[in-house]
Design a protein around this ligand. Sequence first.
Ligand code: NAP
Length: 298
Amino acid sequence: MYRLNVVGCGKVGRVLAAALWRGEGISEISVCNRSLMSTRASQEFVGAGRICQSVQELPEADLWLVGAQDSQLVGLDETLAQLASLRAGQIVFHCSGAYPSSLLRLVREKGAAVASFHPIQSFADPARALDSFRGTLCSVEGDPRAYEVLSDLFGRVGAQVFRISSEQKLICHAGHVFASNYLVVVLDAARRLYEQVGMSDEISRACIESLARGALMNVSYMGTDRALTGPVARGDVELVRAQHDALGLIPKNSDGFDPRALYAILARAATDIAERRGEVDSAALRDLRELLRVGNES
Ligand SMILES: NC(=O)c1ccc[n+]([C@@H]2O[C@H](COP(=O)([O-])OP(=O)(O)OC[C@H]3O[C@@H](n4cnc5c(N)ncnc54)[C@H](OP(=O)(O)O)[C@@H]3O)[C@@H](O)[C@H]2O)c1
């Protein structure tokens, strides 16, 4: 059984602490946020935990979950490294998807095993995130002992834990940004084009949901190469040309939205997939690349 300290028990911290508490690996929890009110709310959410008014009040623990925002991590590393209660052999981890465990340099110098533990889901609604925590993918990067303990503890409460190296961390996070954030950007471009042609909000949402759902299902069944459909995948150069030209006729928006340029970038990337798949002839691939080449957007 492990004693757990949570420094920064916000959206992510409280879900992870509550998930661990529901399992059988944690004997006691202590919690500390910046404000006492927020610490009380965290304790209530977790359903357990001693409330500490400052980091200095935190007791000795086997595991330290540093769930503060990324911008706070370096400062907290300094603070934690000065605590008498933080000793060699303990495990300290933060939850940033972008930054590596080496952010906890001073704590590691004190002999703690450090890790970054990144749950790959949105915690905007902690209650929902907790309810659906089983199956959550979590990447861990850092010291081997920290990986061993975290993968065991979180694995026991249903997380799918996998290891990544420090060097891979930032690139892996960029992958998450494409799979999540930029997917939204692409769907927003669709929404704006539908708006442009006067489609109702209701129909627009329905089109986006139906098409995006279908594409996602295909990606998960067949992988990205085989899931790509549409004019580039068919090598239909004339249709790509017509769409590219039509988008150029839409008056430029004051917020800089430029659907033609976005279309060209994505269609170039689609051409690469079509080439990999080997179903479009080389003349069509050449024509697509010529049509979509950089500088041809406007
Ligand atoms: N949100 C997500 O969907 C998500 C997903 C995966 C990973 N992450 C990562 O998880 C980490 C936490 O994000 P979050 O969204 O949970 O942040 P959050 O909801 O803003 O919570 C941060 C918590 O840290 C506390 N805190 C900040 N500085 C502190 C300090 N010096 N001492 C003690 N407590 C401190 C805050 O206390 P107060 O409440 O008193 O201000 C707050 O409770 C970040 O590294 C983030 O990148 C987030």
